[in-house]
Ligand binder design. Structure first.
Ligand SMILES: *Cc1c(COP(=O)(O)O)cnc(C)c1O
Length: 219
């Protein structure tokens, strides 16, 4: 269990950046992890988890929440419009708001259900064609559109391109969030969370460094 070590690394990164560790939420990314690793993290006191797939989370978390009580769940993977209702019912935060059709659907569901998960606008900071997220050039307009729909947008999220220095991507995300008045920054994973903390991350999403390598999806 790498949880204790990760917490220490977070504290050190915060100290180096002159930040209060209380400003940084550790999201333990439990997608595809065996149940015993997840329950070990719960036993160790971790109460904030991230999942990528709505269906996997629906299978897993109701029973775990029954047993461990209040657990904050974050959806960090892409969200299909037809799964938006299930996502709103299950998750406390959604990090993958990335297109107008999804914003419109979420707005309707929030109105219908009265449930309002915190929302992060995912920005494709590397402008990568295969990657989810709104293009940086369209981010301001999209955030305004989400606000006009009364959506509870609290921050921005990014996944920097593989094999590049993540720092400029974290900076770009921070600039976009700052100029739009959004306080939360979901950025930083196992390999780069210390850099993300230095650049202002408020939510870091760490999977393998806590739980170990995960089995590949579909195997
Ligand atoms: C899987 C995943 C993570 C965690 O990745 P690790 O490298 O295992 O820390 C973080 N964010 C997103 C969006 C992911 O899909």
């Amino acid at each position: 269990m790498g949880l204790t070590e990760i917490r220490q690394q977070i504290d050190r990164a915060c100290a180096a950046a002159g930040r209060d560790p209380a400003e940084v939420t550790l999201i333990a990314v439990s997608k595809l992890q065996p149940d015993d690793r997840v329950t070990a993290a719960l036993d160790a006191g971790q109460r904030v988890f991230g999942e990528n797939y709505v269906q996997e989370a629906q299978r897993k978390w109701p029973a775990l929440r029954d047993r461990w009580g209040q657990v904050e769940l974050h959806l960090i993977g892409p969200l299909q419009t037809n799964k938006a209702r299930s996502a709103v019912e299950l998750f406390d935060a959604i990090h993958s708001l990335d297109r107008p059709s999804l914003a419109q659907r979420l707005a309707r569901i929030v109105q219908d259900t009265g449930r309002a998960p915190r929302l992060f606008v995912q920005v494709n900071t590397g402008d990568e064609p295969q990657k989810a997220g709104i293009a940086p050039a369209q981010a301001d307009g999209f955030i305004a559109e989400c606000r006009a729909l009364d959506l509870p947008v609290t921050g921005c999220m990014c996944i920097p391109p593989d094999a590049q220095d993540p720092r400029p991507h974290f900076r770009l995300l921070r600039e976009i969030a700052t100029r739009n008045g959004l306080p939360a920054l979901s950025m930083g994973m196992s390999a780069d969370f210390e850099t993300a903390i230095a650049e202002g991350a408020t939510h870091i999403r760490i999977g393998s460094a806590i739980f170990g390598a995960r089995p590949k999806a579909g195997t």
